[in-house]
Design a protein around this ligand. Structure first.
Ligand SMILES: [Zn+2]
Length: 503
């Protein structure tokens, strides 16, 4: 058996000013991973490609990986980049000789030409090869368009947020695809969307209602009623027609039952729509509350600067939460982090131990937001300089070698500020330990993250305080001008009614 495996993964925040050129998809900034190098990099990791490789190699298949392109979330993908990695896949498909195609796609990729980057890729594959079975593993944040489902044989989605089941999701997709190739099953799919944009801060699977929705999916899979059942919460920071919540269910040749399960998922989600919203606490009050909690006992209080999460397209350089922490005098804080490559270079040039007065952050304008961040003046000593390499032992993708880029810790006394050269969401304790900081020993851990930090850093949190700063991942939908998303949609149109999908 010969299988084509590929990763093309990007979550696009159409409000983000962070550019998305080809280099962002390259591990070292210059070369896209492919072939044996991609196989060696991902084999055994907790990623989708790691899961696909386990299934394919376990079946004794010959594996071809034309491209493994994955980038941190940011603005629309540049056309040249998109064409480069799509062509890698379509050229391989055109060369032929595959029994199956296993794709690891995010599902919320927007390019400067296409609202559904994944749907366009699948259309191109099907224009070359109309019949070879295709499986797709999508992120739970996929914004689903019809072509993303119609063209595929099997579609699966994550059941966890934070996404700790990426490899498992791909194994489920790959295993079903192998059964389809062998003629053991005949997968059929049903899908539909609900008119709702769940807030990301209310999407975690540690809480109602997504916990219950994902349990429904997993239960149907475990019982065998569904080959794959997926509830996609969607990615709301994308001004495209199909942003938002949807469900996809694959059964063994029972379309009507697949549709029943889709309807049940969407009905449950719609009825719980108020629980998919998020209540915003003003920044001054939340930082003051964090300070009181910090004084109340041992163990870290986690402050989430969640409007500027780089893993949702944030610039990772807004300063408002850090400024408020400094202003209110919180002590024994690690702040991870501010993306500012020029400040990193300035600190490296000064060297370990140097005392510096610096202006950090707010270097990337956010023209699609009505509010702006301000540069922040800080004084501190250069405590750590790191090349930025580490291998994640916990968190989202155990075993994955991660490159943060050159990284510096500037110590102001009360606050240790991490200055970064690449956009990387603080999710794993190893990110801090590689900088000489033990997270469990800090009084406050302030991070630019929303939900994924729970995967590993979550175990250190005695208390959690959500801080509304400034950023393109804002939970205040009033700051976002939507022009293209389908209307009406909840909560942009809060009083709207909906009677379920038209089947
Ligand atoms: Zn996601």
């Amino acid at each position: 058996m010969r299988l084509l495996l590929a990763t093309i993964s990007h979550e696009t925040n159409t409000f983000s000013p962070v550019p998305t050129p080809l280099a962002r998809f390259c591990r070292d900034g210059t070369t896209l991973l492919s072939g044996q190098a991609a196989i060696d990099f991902y084999r055994g990791t907790g990623t989708c490609l790691g899961g696909y490789l386990a299934i394919a190699e376990g079946a004794g298949a010959e594996v071809v990986v034309p491209v493994a392109a994955s980038a941190a979330p940011s603005g629309k993908v540049e056309g040249g980049a998109y064409e480069t990695f799509c062509r890698a896949v379509t050229d391989a498909v055109a060369a032929g000789g595959f029994d199956g195609i296993m794709l690891d796609l995010h599902g919320a990729m927007v390019t400067d030409r296409f609202d559904d980057g994944e749907g366009e890729l699948l259309r191109r594959i099907r224009a070359i090869d109309a019949t070879t079975p295709i499986s797709v593993a999508y992120d739970m944040h996929a914004n689903v368009f019809d072509d993303m489902i119609r063209t595929a044989t099997v579609v699966t989605g994550y059941h966890t947020y934070p996404h700790i089941d990426m490899a498992e999701t791909a194994r489920r997709a790959g295993a079903a695809l192998l059964r389809a190739i062998n003629g053991e099953i005949k997968p059929v799919s049903a899908w539909a969307a609900a008119p709702m944009l769940p807030h990301v801060m209310a999407q975690g699977t540690h809480q109602f209602p997504n916990k219950e929705l994902q349990a429904m999916c997993a239960g149907w899979e475990a019982s065998g009623r569904a080959l794959a059942a997926s509830l996609f919460v969607g990615f709301p920071h994308a001004d495209i027609p199909m942003a938002g919540l949807s469900a996809v269910v694959v059964t063994d040749n029972d379309k009507a039952d697949a549709q029943r399960m889709v309807n049940e998922l969407l009905g449950f989600a719609w009825n719980a729509r108020q629980d998919f919203t998020f209540k915003i606490e003003p920044l001054q009050g939340s930082v003051a509350r964090a300070k009181r909690l910090g004084d109340a006992g041992p163990g870290p209080v986690v402050l989430l600067d969640h409007y500027d999460n780089c893993a949702s397209g944030g610039t990772m350089d807004t300063t408002e939460v850090l400024a408020e922490i400094l202003r209110q005098g919180l002590e024994d804080v690690v702040f991870f982090g501010i993306y500012d490559p020029a400040a990193v270079q300035q600190a490296i040039a000064a060297g370990i131990g140097a005392q510096l007065d610096m202006t950090i952050g707010a270097k990337l304008a956010m023209p699609l937001l009505p509010v702006a961040s301000k540069p922040l003046n800080v004084s501190g000593r250069v405590r750590t300089i790191s090349a930025g390499y580490f291998t994640a032992r916990g968190g989202l993708a155990p075993g994955l070698r991660v490159f943060m880029g050159p990284t510096v810790v500037l110590d102001t006394g009360p606050v240790q500020i991490v200055l970064l050269s690449r956009h990387i969401e603080p999710t794993a304790a190893d990110m801090l330990r590689t900088l000489g900081i033990e997270p469990g020993e800090k009084r406050f851990i302030a991070i630019k993250s929303r939900v994924h930090w729970r995967a590993d850093l979550g175990r250190f949190a005695r208390e959690i305080v959500e801080c509304a700063g400034v950023g393109v991942c804002t939970s205040d939908y009033g700051q976002l001008q939507f022009h293209h998303v389908r209307r009406p949609i909840f909560p942009l149109d809060p009083a709207m009614a909906w009677n379920g999908p038209a089947n």
